[in-house]
Design a protein around this ligand. Structure first.
Ligand SMILES: [Zn+2]
Length: 199
């Protein structure tokens, strides 16, 4: 498939978001993946690419409904990204492994942020639960359905998916989710009711 010139323009966006996720500890060395929709195609990070240091060769362009020669190189979570683009109006997807959010995914039914920024942007973040051996692509339909309603969701014991019209905004939602979860975690550690008024 011929490389669309926009792909090269997008490189700096992918680099900025990938670096942000990595430096804030929201993905490990080779965890997480990013994509942007381009008409009938999507541009997605290469499988196993280090988000902290994305290079041109780490971006894979393939079809949303059709495979190309590059498809096998794409992130292993390609099918989830495709399903989101087929079923929602999202133009960008960020998948990360934010540690506080993942920790709370084991103890909560959903995340309801108790800080102002989190509550304003993400009033409720559902947590999708599945057996540990279930592959993410088997959950693709359910992920797409929930994310169409909530912008950000958590997969229990795994990580987050965030969508927006812009990659930077989906990244921002991921950061806000993690900050809200860190606060909730700290309040729990202090045995403070997150719904209580501050003294
Ligand atoms: Zn993952």
């Amino acid at each position: 498939m011929r490389r669309i010139p926009q792909v090269l323009k997008m490189l700096s966006q992918f680099q900025a978001v990938g670096q942000g996720l990595f430096t804030q500890g929201l993905v490990s060395a080779q965890g997480g993946n990013l994509s942007v929709k381009l008409g009938e195609h999507l541009v997605i990070t290469h499988r196993g690419s280090p988000l902290g240091s994305i290079q041109e060769g780490d971006l894979v362009q393939t079809g949303i409904t059709k495979n190309s020669r590059a498809t096998p190189l794409a992130s292993t979570e390609l099918e989830v990204h495709r399903c989101i683009y087929k079923n929602t109006s999202a133009l960008a997807v960020v998948h990360a492994h934010p540690p506080y959010a993942v920790a709370l995914s084991f103890t909560e039914e959903e995340i309801v942020p108790c800080d102002v920024e989190g509550r304003t942007l993400l009033p409720r973040v559902p947590i999708l639960s599945a057996e540990i051996e279930v592959k993410l692509e088997e959950l693709a339909d359910e992920i797409a359905r929930l994310i169409g309603e909530h912008k950000v969701i958590l997969i229990r014991g795994h990580g987050s998916f965030a969508v927006s019209q812009l990659l930077e905004e989906a990244y921002y939602y991921t950061v806000v989710l993690e900050r809200s979860c860190r606060l909730r975690y700290l309040l729990k550690a202090l045995d403070v009711d997150p719904g209580a008024s501050p003294i």
